[in-house]
Ligand binder design. Structure first.
Ligand code: ADP
Length: 233
């Protein structure tokens, strides 16, 4: 990031700099809430691999059919498939011209290494890897009551943030869904997978000197403030 971004980053107004970043954190940490705000501020693309896979499941593509079983088991889709999905977007999605927010990728060290190779070939690099840190114990209630508007990614919660009309998106009036993997049992497995396979990704970016973390147990507006503080460093 250049100096321009730091001058403006405390305000909510868009800035014109480039940004290439990774948001990492366990399921329910708030990646899907913060990423659209970052996207709006920096005019970069938001690549959420979980959303891409769920779109493939809904479209009943070959990839979707394979991915559904893996996702419902709380396990990871193969590195090759995920790297291919990201590469396709970084190469051809016009929204990614000024940078990207990766949400849900890289989730393994081999994925991080492949990403570096892709970026090296374009003479680009990761500016930030920001970890949303939160205790597992707080995630169960966040995830198990979660309702989602798939088209926008807006999330609601049965208790803490219910929609105005039951099961209906406040903005579009469209129906909300519950993810099939948002149940206590699959969540337990997703958290184990996260600690085993994705925690080493955090170390990978710590060693590269681009890692920072925020306290994701705070309110979403407090988390947004912490993110802005990192962008203006
Ligand atoms: N980079 C990835 N590598 C492997 N599997 C992935 C990746 N991204 C998403 N998935 C699959 O999609 C599921 C849902 O992803 P996501 O929506 O990011 O979930 P979470 O809320 O658990 O962070 C994961 O549990 C995994 O099965």
């Amino acid at each position: 990031m250049g100096q321009d971004a730091s001058k403006h980053s405390a305000s909510a107004s868009p800035v014109s700099d480039e940004l290439r970043m990774i948001l990492v954190g366990p399921p329910g940490a708030g990646k899907g809430t913060q990423a659209p705000r970052i996207k709006e501020k920096f005019h970069v693309c938001h690549l959420a691999t979980g959303d891409m896979l769920r779109a493939a499941v809904t479209a009943k593509t070959e990839l979707g059919q394979k991915a559904k079983q893996v996702m419902d088991a709380g396990e990871l889709v193969s590195d090759d498939i995920m790297v291919g999905l990201i590469k396709e977007n970084l190469d051809s999605n016009p929204e990614c011209a000024k940078g990207f927010i990766l949400d849900g990728f890289p989730r393994t060290v081999p994925q991080a290494e492949k990403l570096d190779q892709m970026l090296d070939a374009k003479h680009q690099k990761i500016d930030h890897c920001i970890e949303l840190r939160i205790d597992d114990a707080l995630l169960v209630s966040r995830i198990v009551g979660r309702l989602i508007h798939p088209a926008s990614g807006r999330t609601y919660h049965d208790v803490t943030h219910p929609p105005k009309v039951a099961n209906t998106d406040d903005v579009t009036g469209e129906p909300l869904i519950r993810r099939s993997d948002d149940n206590a049992e699959t969540l337990k497995k997703r958290l184990t997978t996260y600690h085993q396979q994705t925690s080493p990704v955090v170390e990978y970016y710590q060693k590269k000197g681009v890692w920072s973390s925020v306290d994701a147990s705070a309110s979403s507006s407090a988390v947004w403030q912490s993110l802005n503080a990192i962008f203006s460093q």
